[in-house]
Write a protein that binds this ligand. Structure first.
Ligand SMILES: *Cc1c(COP(=O)(O)O)cnc(C)c1O
Length: 470
């Protein structure tokens, strides 16, 4: 299997070459040159597999430069009951007839990013050791991504993590999840500023190519193809749990920000998984809902990017969206270049015509909806009252939109992307009670913290990295 850039760069690469990279050299995103189609016999065989075996079968279609037995072992080591809490790994729970929640948030940091990041940790360690190389991951986080990355990379050979976060701005629980890690290869840098300052610092350091090369700086952001392909697996696992036969169809509603999660659903559908519709649920930062409703993709400035109570979906643009548009325009790279490389850069927006938008809905199955803070509170309350189930704020956005998109006879699976304990303040606002806390997280706020506070200056972060590599 070879990978190409959505913007037409002539080079073709193998999986392990793009594993440790970010964007393609022309600024595009990597995609496989084709999606393997799953025939009926294969789908029937997969139905009976344990999660880690299913993961192996799917990943093996995209990764042919890691020996089969090694890949199988990596999957088996990643997706265990000890790490993800249940033998199903992503258990499906019926809320009411035809409406399900699929739990993706029982990993080490209680958010769906663990599903991919845990595998990435294994893949990085494996590939770096094979090459005899080291990698220093530099990132910026306002919560979920940073803690998932740290918990995936802790103790891994050849990898160090330098994670910047806005000093004093994450919830006490989220701070504890990151700062209580005592592993030597994990470095928490609390930046005296806001999340944007952290992102600017990461950008400034990465743009210093000499520094980046000398200190082997890399990232683990959501455009990484390995993360995306790991997420394809749970769409299959959700489908098998919601159906009895492979002639049934299901729909998924996905709380969406950077379009990474739902893009994995798109890939699963392209492989032939019988998905009827893929519904993108956004919060007040409705870049994606606006696109699917109007055909206009409009990047937001910082003045109209809102801080919401589902903060992991507070985006100004959807970094993985280009992958879907590439498929939507029949993989016409020149057209993608004109849209994302030109129109978006100069005008901050582009519009697709009605024929393409019909295609997005009818051929590719996309739909969308939007949810506000008031909707979130109402959904959390209604779900608690009716089912005695607490859902987190992102999952609540998904549930609200899913109910608007239900179709008779088609089971709807809402992806549960985090547990309520991560966003306790909003749960208390909605229910007047504290969220449930899984026992192993009791008292984590009281553990000793390992964090360095730095001013919002790229130079200071570079000094820190240089002093702690080697
Ligand atoms: C990251 C995240 C999302 C958004 O996922 P995308 O892949 O960016 O669309 C939704 N919910 C939670 C809890 C997250 O951490």
């Amino acid at each position: 299997m070879h990978y190409l850039s959505t913007r037409g760069h002539p080079e073709r690469k193998r999986f392990c070459e793009i594993l440790l990279e970010g964007l393609a050299p022309d600024g595009g995103l990597y995609l496989p040159e084709r999606y393997p189609r799953i025939d009926a016999a294969t789908l029937a065989r997969w139905r009976g597999l344990a999660y880690h075996d299913l993961a192996y079968e799917i990943l093996a279609l995209y990764i042919d430069d890691i020996p089969a037995e090694d890949l199988r072992a990596l999957c088996a080591r990643t997706y265990t009951e000890a790490v993800f809490g249940t033998p199903e790994i992503v258990p499906l729970k019926a809320l009411e007839p035809g409406l399900y929640l699929q739990a993706l948030s029982n990993g080490p940091t209680l958010a769906f990013k663990d599903m991919a990041m845990q595998l990435l940790g294994q893949l990085f360690e494996y590939e770096l050791e094979r090459r005899g190389e080291e990698l220093n991951i530099l990132g910026a986080t306002s919560g979920d991504t940073g803690s998932a990355a740290e918990h995936a990379m802790r103790g891994k050979k050849g990898v160090r993590v330098f994670m910047t976060s806005p000093h004093g701005r994450m919830s006490p629980f989220q701070q504890a999840q990151m700062f209580s890690l005592q592993d030597e290869n994990i470095h928490n840098l609390a930046i005296e500023g806001v999340f944007d300052d952290c992102q600017d610092i990461v950008k400034a350091v990465s743009n210093d190519l000499e520094f980046k090369r000398r200190w082997r700086i890399g990232t683990v952001n959501s455009i990484n193809w390995a993360r995306l392909v790991a997420q394809v697996v749970y769409y299959f696992a959700g489908y098998f749990q919601a159906t009895r036969h492979n002639d049934e169809r299901v729909s998924f509603t996905v709380p969406s920000g950077n379009f990474g999660n739902i893009c994995a659903g798109h890939v699963a559908r392209m492989m032939g998984l019988p998905i009827d519709r893929l519904v993108a649920a956004t919060n007040e930062n409705d870049v994606l809902d606006e696109f699917f409703r109007t055909g206009v993709y409009r990047v937001r400035g910082s003045a109209d990017t809102f801080e919401t109570s589902s903060p992991s979906m507070d985006i100004s643009k959807a970094s993985n969206f280009e992958r879907f548009v590439f498929d939507l325009v029949d993989r016409d790279a020149a057209r993608v270049r004109a849209l994302f490389g030109d129109a978006l850069v100069t005008e901050g927006r582009f519009a697709l015509d009605e024929a393409l938008m019909r295609r997005a809905r009818e051929e590719f199955g996309f739909a969308s909806g939007r949810s506000t803070h008031a909707d979130r509170l109402a959904t959390i309350r209604a779900t608690w009252d009716a089912h005695r189930r607490m859902v987190d704020t992102h999952t609540a956005d998904g549930l609200k939109v899913a109910r608007e998109q239900l179709q008779p006879g088609v089971p709807m699976i809402v992806l549960e992307t985090a547990l309520p304990i991560k966003f306790a303040a909003t749960i208390v606002e909605a229910l007047g009670r504290e969220p449930e806390r899984p026992p192993k997280f009791a008292g984590i706020e009281l553990l000793p913290k390992r964090v360095t506070v730095l001013p919002a200056e790229a130079g200071k972060v570079k000094d820190y990295i240089a002093a702690h590599c080697g």
